[in-house]
Design a protein around this ligand. Sequence first.
Ligand SMILES: Nc1ncnc2c1ncn2[C@@H]1O[C@H](COP(=O)(O)OP(=O)(O)OP(=O)(O)O)[C@@H](O)[C@H]1O
Ligand SMILES: [Mg+2]
Length: 319
Amino acid sequence: MTAVRASGLVKRFETTCAVDGVDLVIDEGEVRGLLGPNGAGKTTLLRMLFGLVAPDSGTIELFGRAFDPADSKSLAGVAGFVEVPSFYPYLTGQANLELLAKLDDGDANSRIDAVLDRVGLAGRGGDRVSGYSTGMRQRLGIAAALLRAPQLLLLDEPTAGLDPAGLRETAALVRQLSAEGTAILLSSHQIGEVEGICDGFTFMRHGRVVWDGTAEQLRGQAPAGAYALSTSDDAHALALAAGHAGVSIIDGPDGRLTITALEGALDPYVVALGKEGVAVRRLELLVSPLEAMFFALTSDSADGTDETYALAGSTRAHT
Ligand SMILES: Nc1ncnc2c1ncn2[C@@H]1O[C@H](COP(=O)(O)OP(=O)(O)OP(=O)(O)O)[C@@H](O)[C@H]1O
Ligand SMILES: [Mg+2]
């Protein structure tokens, strides 16, 4: 079943069109990354899906039903947060969740320990939220959303402020929830933080969708990644690159080599270096292919390329 089907969403503020004709489809169990730089319209789109902001035009269906913000049942099975999750700072994490559980019907209260455990806050639920770090607040925000046992989770920048271990744990949790059938929309302006988590991506820029498709399609269309290269014989490495399609090397003014390589082209080149007796001393990813794609689509120099990418990404079939 389709969890979210939004068509032609528009939201204007006085001087800005924050969301400018956005279509979005999220299937059950799908993890969708909503990517875009600051001001792209991600939070405004999430606010509309929560009924916190009324669209100027366009329609939203949640689980096949027309979304009516006036009907509290419209948001049954939907949970999450926009911007930063907020809590009473002078209460403990546990007490905050107890208050939220009271607002929900059903057995949310009995799930508090389990959700704290699930987000890695077991043992910290008794501490006041004012003493929580940014990452702990993010986790508590996810815990609060999980109290509702949601079928659709809308998370605005859930990875912001997480350390590498926190990122890995959040990624694992999101993948587990998806495996249980929960549809998840998570926004971010850092593709590196979410590229391994998402099944599909929607890239926004200036309120518009500039690319939409599956992770596989994105990888297939991504430009070359960039790597720093240092070898035992850089001149030989440069000469060898000339014979390898999909690999190009820039010899920087500081004598350092930067190599760009299309997917699948790097490994044969590195193997060839070894065969020629050239030792690779450093090969470090500078810009991943997906980051390169994200910058190409969403930076201000992206004008003119939008249509090409939007067309290339529009082949995705929805059921
Ligand atoms: N309540 C509001 N009143 C006026 N303008 C607004 C309002 N909310 C958002 N905007 C404008 O709409 C545009 C999109 O904002 P939005 O917060 O949706 O972007 P975002 O992609 O979430 O950005 P960020 O990554 O910084 O969170 C911005 O230009 C913003 O200034
Ligand atoms: Mg935002």
